[in-house]
Design a binder for this molecule. Structure first.
Ligand SMILES: C[S@@+](CC[C@H](N)C(=O)[O-])C[C@H]1O[C@@H](n2cnc3c(N)ncnc32)[C@H](O)[C@@H]1O
Length: 524
């Protein structure tokens, strides 16, 4: 039966009725229909009344199993967990909490038993629970006292030190109770310099989910610019408290505004690099709650946008001593070798197209499927051209004359930078080439047309050079808007794709999709 607001004497009574429904376990969708309220309204009401943003009340904390079944550490740069994980006291009750598989992988890879892990965005304590299960000391802080209360409930489970014996192949492991307290990630006065072995944290993304009822210092209320400014303080404190040579892992996603992507992930990476960190790994974390059928599929095609389906997990390292860039390599050169100008021969077929920002394509037909998706989605049925880069030495330089034609719908620059020998000077040359091609070709792209650039991260010495971010930083033309950042990876990962030594195997590429717009008509 519908119970609209007008049928209640006061707003308070109306809200109490909704909260009562939550206590009895009525699903949000049903509450929304019955009371004529949005999901956001329910969320705000709960956060206000409970002091925390939780999806359900009274979740059972009974532990069925302490450890995940058949757990294997991730080996490549694409992490994908179909189930969020519900061992120990983990549950999805705290909105926007991270899957325990993420801190578990980070803790096992980058710390040893007995070392100290810091999570300054503790939330409901997922990292703290994992530290307790894995024999690590944990310091966890959150701006919200109610979140800390919830985390205290979550770390209340029994575990014997013998149960930790198999972790890290250690015979003697110890259980450490996590230290939880209210605190501000921007200012960590209780932590001495160089005292932490690992930082593992998941910030509230700029103004997406609100974690408190506008508590002072809650970064979830900051808009993008302010969020990045406040995160600069967090990065600085992280650098100060972390021991040299140790790691700091931060989960962050992109945002969408007016059908264009805001590369918040790359922006936040910049913030940490500017604080003095080096990028040790960049992991792509797939999201599985994206709707890829029916209504969403149709709208993704109709309005030509992709559903955000990935987040970034940069793993930074505090260098042992400040690292100076040494640019000396000269060997690598890039040239245009395959110019092609074609009109699509078949009528645009939009079925079977990818609709999220993660494209998982079969190894066998990888190139074909990649081309089909890019061309079908972004050529608008007009002419398109493809330019491919390959790396080779100066002596093999190869140029071909190109046909130029106005009004092209798409330029696809295939430049994955897959050389085995990347160098800093090679990267500079590569970026310069991309910029030159874009500047030269932009006038022949029609308004509303696209430039799609394929690229891939490379590892030089021990660190990741994030080429997609470098390209995004490079292309700041007023009439070229970043529309999508797509991650492309192969289906059925080859079992040979193992981490090499201590490093993850880079197993993803990017497509940076730019739209040509009328800079006079649209404001950035
Ligand atoms: C994405 S949630 C973390 C969720 C956590 N990883 C979990 O699994 O439960 C972000 C948390 O940051 C907290 N927060 C916001 N601003 C903060 C600040 N300035 N210092 C510390 N914590 C803050 C919020 O209260 C929220 O609990």
């Amino acid at each position: 039966m519908s119970r609209q607001k007008a049928s209640f004497k006061t707003e308070k009574e109306f809200q109490e009725a909704i909260l009562q429904e939550k206590v009895s376990g009525t699903p949000d969708l049903e509450i929304g229909q019955k009371y004529g309220v949005t999901f956001k309204y329910i969320e705000r009401l709960i956060t206000k009344s409970q002091g925390v943003n939780v999806s359900a009340f009274k979740i059972s904390k009974k532990v069925k199993t302490l450890y995940p079944k058949d757990f294997k550490e991730e080996q490549t740069t694409v992490w994908s967990f179909k189930q969020r994980g519900n061992w120990a006291t983990h549950s999805g009750e705290y909105r926007g909490n991270w899957s325990p598989y993420i801190p578990r992988n980070i803790i096992l890879k980058y710390s040893k038993a007995g070392e100290t892990v810091l999570d300054y965005f503790c939330g409901a304590g997922t990292t703290a629970v994992e530290c307790k299960l894995l024999g690590r000391r944990c310091i966890a802080l959150d701006i919200n006292d109610k979140a800390i209360e919830l985390a205290r409930e979550n770390i209340k489970f029994g575990i014997e030190s013998q149960q930790l014996a198999f972790i890290d192949n250690k015979i003697h492991s110890q259980v450490y109770e996590p230290e939880l307290s209210v605190g501000d990630a921007r200012n960590l006065p209780s932590l001495p310099n160089n005292s932490i072995d690992l930082i593992c944290a998941h910030p509230p993304y700029a103004n997406i989910i609100h974690y408190t009822d506008s508590k002072e210092g809650d970064l979830s209320f900051c808009d993008i610019g302010e969020f990045l400014k406040e995160m600069t303080k967090v990065a600085k404190e992280s650098f100060r408290v972390l021991k040299p040579g140790r790691r700091c892992a931060i989960l962050i996603g992109d945002m969408r505004r007016e059908k264009h992507v805001i590369p918040l992930g790359f922006e936040l990476i910049n913030v940490f690099l500017n604080a003095g960190f080096k990028l040790r790994e960049l992991v792509i974390k797939r999201q599985h709650n994206c709707k890829t059928t029916g209504f969403w599929y149709a709208n993704s095609i109709k309005y030509n946008f992709l559903l955000l389906a990935h987040e970034y997990l940069p793993i930074f390292e505090k260098p042992i001593s400040p690292v100076l860039l040494d640019i000396k390599e000269t060997e690598v050169d890039y040239s245009l070798i395959i110019p092609a100008l074609e009109k699509p021969t078949i009528k645009r077929r939009l079925d079977g197209l990818e609709t999220t920002t993660v494209w998982i394509l079969p190894e066998k037909d990888f190139e074909k499927r990649l081309n089909k998706n890019v061309i079908d989605r972004y050529s608008n049925g007009k002419g398109y051209s493809t330019i491919s880069f390959v790396s080779h030495s100066q002596s093999e330089a190869n140029t071909t004359s190109r046909e130029r034609q106005k009004g092209k719908g798409l330029l696809f620059i295939r430049a994955p930078f897959l050389t085995n020998n990347p160098s800093y000077s090679g990267i500079e040359f590569y970026l310069q080439e991309i910029k030159e091609i874009v500047n030269r070709e932009l006038p022949v792209i029609s308004e509303g047309g696209f430039i799609v650039i394929q690229t891939q991260d490379v590892r030089i010495d021990e660190y990741i050079e994030l080429l997609a971010k470098r390209v995004v930083d490079l292309l700041t033309l007023d009439d070229l808007w970043l529309k999508e950042i797509v991650v492309v990876t192969q289906e059925n990962q080859n079992p040979k794709l193992q981490a090499t030594g201590e490093y993850l195997k880079i197993n993803h590429q990017y497509l940076l999709v730019y739209e040509k717009v009328d800079s006079g008509r649209l404001q950035r």
